[in-house]
Design a protein around this ligand. Structure first.
Ligand SMILES: C[S@@+](CC[C@H](N)C(=O)[O-])C[C@H]1O[C@@H](n2cnc3c(N)ncnc32)[C@H](O)[C@@H]1O
Length: 225
């Protein structure tokens, strides 16, 4: 993200809109680094956790309830981040609505950053098991496909997560529907909502600097307005 803000954006990044902010996993470190952050999520419970975490750390973040297809900003922002969120929109129409909102809400030269899992590759590689190691946190998620709508390219999955948070174990489960999106599809949707093709870049991970798409776990799009 630092690379996208400093090297790809064509303006200084001071304000960040964290769309689908969840419990503030990105908003909180961004505010700690001095950015002004607005977090938007459609789930009250996620926002309540985010607000509690920010309060505990004495951080000022404007967390708002809202849907990414229908955001009205009083003032444009320098960057928009949508981490693990865009693919919860299950149709092209909805994704176009969200991209149009993002274009409208961004300052000229600002950046939109979002990721799309390279789901076809992921299914082949990890057989529905994903693990995550964070600072004192270990997380394992097991997914099982309930059904795949291969016309609309929507997966319906059951998931179980085992979380080890500083030795405190807990298990959570649920069901989720996500849209499978290819690289080409995302580029077309971005262009159809008004972004310019030569200002769209795509990376295979958050660490990568080369735009290689093969074998990517995620497709990370960095788009300049
Ligand atoms: C997988 S979480 C990602 C949270 C955070 N960005 C992160 O990376 O840790 C997805 C979040 O998207 C939110 N979400 C899903 N659909 C949304 C929508 N249409 N508008 C706003 N938020 C949405 C969910 O409530 C959830 O908090």
């Amino acid at each position: 993200m630092r690379y996208a803000f400093k090297k790809i954006a064509q303006r200084e990044i001071k304000t960040v809109l964290d769309v689908c902010c969840g419990t503030g996993r990105w908003a909180i470190p961004l505010v700690s680094k001095g950015y002004v952050v607005i977090g938007i999520d459609k789930h009250k419970k996620m926002l309540a956790i985010a607000k509690k975490k920010a309060k505990e750390q004495n951080l000022k973040i404007d967390f708002k309830e809202g849907d990414m297809r229908d955001i009205h900003m009083m003032k444009k922002v320098d960057a928009i981040l949508v981490c693990n969120g865009i693919y919860f929109l299950l149709s092209h129409d909805d994704i176009l609505k969200a991209f149009s909102v993002f274009l409208r809400s961004l300052e000229e030269g600002g950046v939109l950053i979002f990721n799309v899992p390279n789901l076809i590759g992921r299914e082949q590689r990890d057989h529905g098991i994903e693990t995550f190691h964070g600072k004192n946190v270990y997380y394992m998620e097991i997914r099982k496909l309930i059904c795949l709508d291969d016309v609309k390219a929507v997966t319906h999955e059951e998931w179980v997560s085992i979380v080890d948070d500083r030795g405190k174990l807990c298990m959570i489960s649920g069901e989720v529907k996500t849209k499978l999106l290819s690289y080409e599809e995302v580029i077309t949707l971005l262009q159809n909502s008004g972004f310019t093709k030569d200002k769209i870049r795509c990376f295979p991970s958050y660490e990568a600097r080369d735009e290689v798409k093969d074998e990517a776990k995620d497709l990370i799009f960095v788009v300049v307005k």
